[in-house]
Design a protein around this ligand. Structure first.
Ligand code: HEC
Length: 210
């Protein structure tokens, strides 16, 4: 037995090794890294700007100001500003931004004797709604005004007071503000009611101050 012969033509050691590692400019992955950084940085900026310190109070529509001190701030709420916001969100579909309504369909609030008259009537209208024929600025309407109280959107006293205060001083209307206390008092007196008002039922209040 002789020792096995070495391979006839051995591969030289250096050419059997892997190539030396060398730095390679890998453009696609560099670009990806860069984009990720930008995204993360951008998200951080976004949260910094819009998170509102993650305080739930920031989204409380009754809190004004920066929101950082929202829980403690004794922010003064401007009923007209609040009322306008509520009006734009909830009333313009029918009564229009101009307060003019739609002829024959939705009555105007601008110049309306109801809006400018005794608050006892319009507070009731907002709480339970209004149905049946009603005369506004000399024109008769016969539609259905939705309830913003227990039969509808269930607004609390403040919101009803804000929106009425707003409509009573906009478009040339000149009636005094409505307070949440007034809404609370009237609401307490009609808790048992389960349907919309008619203009006829409200006539006693309506005629009281116009
Ligand atoms: C879906 C349409 C609709 C929406 C929304 C609506 N209303 Fe009305 N509103 C009416 C109609 C219709 C009447 C008249 C009802 C009738 O014919 O008996 C009316 C009547 C009124 C009246 C008494 C009549 C007058 O023109 O002065 C007031 C005040 C009033 N709405 C205020 C508001 C306010 C404030 C809001 C928002 C919080 C609001 N309405 C939202 C349809 C609407």
């Amino acid at each position: 037995m002789s020792a096995p012969n070495p391979p006839a033509n051995p591969t030289p050691a250096h050419s059997r090794e892997n190539p030396e590692p060398h730095e390679e400019q890998n453009f696609p992955s560099l670009l990806l890294l860069f984009l990720c950084s930008v995204l993360i940085f951008g998200s951080a900026l976004y949260f910094q700007r819009y998170s509102g310190t993650f305080s739930p109070l920031v989204y409380n529509e009754e809190v004004q100001g920066s929101g950082v001190a929202a829980g403690t701030a004794t922010a003064v709420v401007d009923p007209v500003v609040m009322g306008k916001r509520l009006f734009v969100q909830n009333c313009v579909t029918c009564h229009e931004v101009t307060g003019l309504g739609k002829p024959g369909i939705y009555p105007p609030l601008a110049g309306s004797e109801w809006v400018n008259g005794n608050e006892e009537a319009i507070v009731r209208i907002l709480i339970h709604g209004l149905g049946g024929p009603v005369v506004v600025n000399g024109a008769t309407f016969n539609g259905a005004m939705p309830s913003f109280g227990p039969l509808g959107s269930n607004w609390k006293d403040e919101k009803i007071a804000y929106v009425l205060t707003y409509v009573r001083q906009e478009w040339g209307n000149k009636a005094p503000p409505v307070t949440a206390e007034t809404v609370a008092r009237i609401r307490a007196s009609i808790v048992a009611r389960g349907k919309a008002w008619t203009a006829e039922e409200l006539a006693e209040y309506h005629s009281a101050t116009k």
